[in-house]
Design a protein around this ligand. Structure first.
Ligand code: NDP
Length: 252
C-alpha cells in the first residue's frame, strides 16, 4: 500500500537531534519528502544519508532559524526544488532553567530568540507555502513544539515556560486564522523526553532536579513524539487535533 504521507513535503526544524531528528525519520518512513533544518550540517548530512538508505527522500538545509534572511533563502530553495512545503514541524528550541534571581539574562535571551523569534521567523518563511499547498491540495499542516511547561509550574522554569506558553497560545490563534485557509495548526506539549535538550542546562539546581526526575520515572523517547507528529499529519483533512499533551506515564 502507498505510505500515508506520500507526495507531501515536510520541513522539520531542530532536525539534527532529539525530537526533530526522530520525527524527520518517521515522516520520511511514512512517505514524505523531508527537509531537515538545523545549524549542524554534518549531523543533517548523516540523517539524510540514513533516510535515503532506508528508501526515503530528504534534503538538508543548514540554517540558523534566528537568521531571518538565511531562512528565507532556504524557503526559496524548498519552493524551487520541491514545489514548496505542505507540512512544517516547527520544533527547534532550547531549555535553560535557572532561578530568576540568578539574572542569567543571556540565557533568557537565547530562549526567547530561538523559542519565540526563531519560531516566528520560520512561520514567516514557510506560511505562504503552506497556504498555497492547502489551496491546491486541500490540506497542509503547521505543527509547533510547545511543552507541558506551557501549562504546569516547574520550579525555576519561568522564562522557558513563558516561551512555550507563547507557542501554545499562538497556535490556538493561528488554528482559527489559518484553518479558514485549510491549514491545520497544532501544538504538541510533551513532558520530559530524553534528548540533547538537558545537556545545555548549566544551573546546578536544575541539573539535580533533572537527575532526580530521570531516576524517578522512565522518560519519553524522541520516537514517542515522532509517532504523535505522524498521527497529526495523517488525520483526514477535516480533522485538526489542536493540542496534544504527551507525558511520561510516571510524570506528575
Ligand atoms: P535537542 O536539543 O535534542 O534538539 C534541539 C534542536 O534544535 C537541535 O536539532 C538543534 O540543532 C536545533 N537548534 C538549536 N538552535 C537552533 C538554531 N538557532 N537554528 C536552528 N536550529 C537550532 O532537544 P529536543 O529534541 O528535546 O527539543 C526539540 C523541541 O522540543 C524544543 O522546542 C524543546 O523545547 C521541545 N521540548 C522538549 C522536551 C524534552 O524534554 N526534551 C519537552 C518538551 C518540549 P543545532 O544545534 O544543530 O542547530
Amino acid at each position: 500500500s502507498v505510505p500515508r504521507l506520500t507526495g507531501r513535503v515536510a520541513v522539520v526544524t531542530g532536525a539534527s537531534s532529539g525530537i526533530g531528528e526522530a520525527s524527520a525519520e518517521h515522516l520520511a518512513a511514512l512517505g514524505a519528502h523531508v527537509v531537515v533544518l538545523a545549524r549542524r550540517a554534518e549531523r543533517l548530512d548523516e540523517l539524510v544519508a540514513r533516510i535515503k538508505k532506508n528508501g526515503g527522500e530528504a534534503l538538508a538545509l543548514a540554517v540558523d532559524v534566528t537568521d531571518k534572511a538565511a531562512l528565507q533563502t532556504a524557503a526559496d530553495r524548498v519552493a524551487a526544488e520541491l514545489g514548496g512545503a505542505d507540512l512544517l514541524f516547527n520544533n527547534a528550541g532550547v531549555m535553560l532553567p535557572a532561578p530568576v534571581v540568578e539574572l542569567a539574562t543571556d540565557q533568557w535571551q537565547r530562549q526567547i530568540d530561538l523559542n519565540v523569534t526563531g519560531l516566528m521567523n520560520t512561520i514567516a518563511a514557510f506560511a505562504p507555502q503552506l497556504v498555497k499547498a492547502a489551496a491546491e491540495r486541500g490540506v497542509a499542516d503547521l505543527i509547533n513544539t510547545s511543552s507541558i511547561a506551557a501549562q504546569n509550574i516547574f520550579p525555576n522554569f519561568a522564562v522557558y515556560s513563558a516561551t512555550k506558553a507563547y507557542v501554545t497560545h499562538l497556535s490556538r490563534h493561528l488554528r482559527v486564522e489559518l484553518g479558514a485557509k485549510k491549514v491545520r495548526v497544532a501544538a504538541i506539549e510533551p513532558g520530559i523526553v530524553g534528548t540533547e535538550l538537558q545537556s545545555h542546562v548549566t544551573d546546578e539546581g536544575a541539573l539535580q532536579w533533572l537527575e532526580g526526575s530521570k531516576e524517578a520515572m522512565e522518560w519519553l523517547t524522541p520516537q514517542d513524539i515522532a509517532q504523535t507528529v505522524g498521527f497529526l499529519a495523517s488525520l483526514p483533512p477535516r480533522a485538526n487535533l489542536q493540542q496534544v499533551t504527551i507525558m511520561p506515564t510516571g510524570q506528575a
